[in-house]
Design a protein around this ligand. Sequence first.
Ligand SMILES: [Zn+2]
Length: 312
Amino acid sequence: MWETPPFAPVIKDGKMYGRGACDMKSGTIGALYALDAIKAAGLKPTARIHFQSVIEEESTGVGALSTLQRGYRADACFIPEPTGETMVRSQVGVIWFRLKVRGFPVHVFEAGAGANAIMAAYHLIHSLQKLEEEWNERAKKDRHFKAVAHPLNFNPGIIKGGDWASSVPAWCDVDCRIAVLPGWSIAECQKEILACVSAAARDHRFLSNNPPQVEWSGFLSEGYELTNSAEPEAAFAKAFGAVYGGTVSDRAFTALTDTRFYGLNYNIPSLCFGATGAAMHGFNEYVDLEPLRKSTKATALFIAEWCGVEKV
Ligand SMILES: [Zn+2]
């Protein structure tokens, strides 16, 4: 489905195409070359820097969390996710869950006698879509997300079920993702998801006697709003001004980044700023190279401003 092979990067019209070219190789390499630029300028930082390359940002965030649990600390965190040259002011949290529906297999000649787990799963998905709308109604009160249309997306991302075209399917698993707002309790949201699924099951001929299970299958992540960050933001403002002119725009992000652990759980204000690109997680993903050079320069200047530098 790609124009060029996803793992054979191609540069065309100032864009680099490839899986992860934007999310998240651009930021990882950009941060490394920001440090290299300081060195190339005959300077070295006068404060300790931890360059962290982590795993699992896409599914749990435990890679970033493990660095904190290992004991690494700092006065600020800077994550160069490709934010389109905007500063993430607030980001949603995410919950992953798996619906496990069990049906009653019979030969399709007597399909009515059985219970089709795939069709039953649809019934649950429809009910969760209603919960999604309720949550988006609530989001209209959030100071940052009220300006964003439909910020909380419910996504049934993986579906597996059934074993034979001519057998009524006995099982269906649906891996789902839903977003939550900063400040919302994950435990309360889990309760609402469970209540939604059990209410839908009660309203279903078969599921009412065979309730589906819900497994928590990955993210159980709170949203994060950037606060107590005046100092690092002031340092970044100087860097941004020097490279782009003007002041950086805020962004209410409808996905999450690893900033939350540093900010929420370890009181380390976490900035998230990076280049432009498109089709992350999609086909023909790319990063814009000139904007990546600029965001790398801004990162280098931020490091110099925040950490201080001295001649080598
Ligand atoms: Zn991603």
